[in-house]
Design a protein around this ligand. Structure first.
Ligand SMILES: Nc1ncnc2c1ncn2[C@@H]1O[C@H](COP(=O)(O)OP(=O)(O)O)[C@@H](O)[C@H]1O
Ligand SMILES: [Mg+2]
Length: 315
């Protein structure tokens, strides 16, 4: 089976012509990664890591210095490769004097849709992004969240097999973010492959199966998200109500008491004894959950151990 995306030893060096001569910016250095069909890959990295550069190379907006990028096995300069891709740019700027519906129709037309099929797809995606109530409103009157949703509708209208999303949730409020997350989940269920570039760790953790951590143009870690979230020496966090910390002190867990609520962290093996002791003291168990190593911890470790400081090399 052909991968949706396969990138091999991809390097991009920008050359800047400045008043005092030329500068080379190594934006991407020997990047190798691939996305299987139907998978969601998160590319996580701080600003300047090379995420948008990777996307632009996949869309043939720029050409590599060395190495190769393939979309469904084809070079991005091949129109057939791009036909199956939907793209949400960072900071989308749709034509603001068009209404949302006109803009999505325009995008659908550019992707080759015509007639009844175009009308049906426009209606379907406007509903999918919950913008069907605002179709007659000009985009210049939209909020940031609405503009983002219309831009996403534009990416979805051609029913792409690969969605490339550049910072899809950045700058949105909680509701706006949730809506975009729900759409990505629904697309994944349909079998769409997704490349999700983001600096927002919880979004990548929630949505992606695989993650690549990019720092200063270099891949510093990659693999299944689940492997990066392995539980930390199987410890658990227990929350009780109505029991005093002193009643459980003999078991020596880490304790935080706020009013009637007591939060304890302890080894999984000691949890049962603690629950029994709390119940004997008339306490009530509110929750018990494993303490996980978060993707944020992995990311911070990667940043710390990266030789290259955050930001790309400038020569
Ligand atoms: N057109 C360009 N000309 C020169 N340098 C660029 C250009 N585009 C990006 N860069 C530089 O390349 C590096 C990677 O940028 P980018 O791919 O936009 O990172 P990210 O999307 O991860 O924030 C940065 O140092 C950025 O300043
Ligand atoms: Mg970017």
């Amino acid at each position: 089976m052909t991968a949706a995306v396969s990138i091999e030893n991809l390097t991009k060096i920008y050359t800047l012509d400045l008043l005092k001569g030329r500068r080379r910016v190594v934006a991407l250095e020997n990047l190798t990664l691939s996305i299987g069909e139907g998978h969601v890959m998160g590319v996580l990295g701080p600003n300047g890591a090379g995420k948008s550069t990777t996307i632009k190379l996949l869309l043939n907006l720029i050409r590599p210095t060395t190495g190769s990028a393939r979309v469904f096995g084809l070079d991005p300069s091949n129109a057939e490769a791009r036909r199956h891709v939907g793209f949400l740019p960072e900071n989308p700027a749709p034509y603001e004097y068009l209404t949302g519906e006109e803009f999505v129709r325009f995008a659908g037309g550019l992707s080759g849709l015509r007639g009844a099929e175009l009308t049906a797809r426009v209606k379907a995606v406007l509903e999918q992004v919950q913008m069907d109530r605002f179709t007659g409103v000009q985009i210049r009157r939209y909020s940031k969240g609405m503009t983002q949703r219309i831009a996403l509708a534009q990416a979805l209208v051609s029913n792409p097999r690969l969605l490339i999303l550049d910072e899809p949730t950045s700058g949105l409020d909680v509701l706006g973010r949730q809506l975009i997350r729900d759409i990505i989940v629904a697309e994944k269920k349909k079998g769409t492959s997704v490349l999700l570039c983001s600096h927002i760790i919880p979004d990548v953790e929630a949505l992606a199966e695989d993650v690549a951590i990019l720092i200063g143009g270099k891949l510093v870690r990659s693999g299944p998200v689940s492997e990066m979230l392995s539980s930390e020496g199987s410890r658990v966090e227990l929350v009780f109500e109505g029991v005093d910390a002193e009643r459980l002190a003999s078991l020596e867990p880490e304790v935080i008491q706020v009013g009637r609520r007591l939060t304890l962290r302890t080894g999984a093996d000691d949890a049962r004894a603690l629950i029994e002791a709390a119940q004997q003291a008339q306490g009530r168990l509110i929750s018990m959950q494993p303490i996980r190593h978060s993707l944020e911890d992995t990311f911070l470790d990667a940043v710390r151990s990266s030789q290259n400081k955050v930001g790309s090399t400038i020569e």
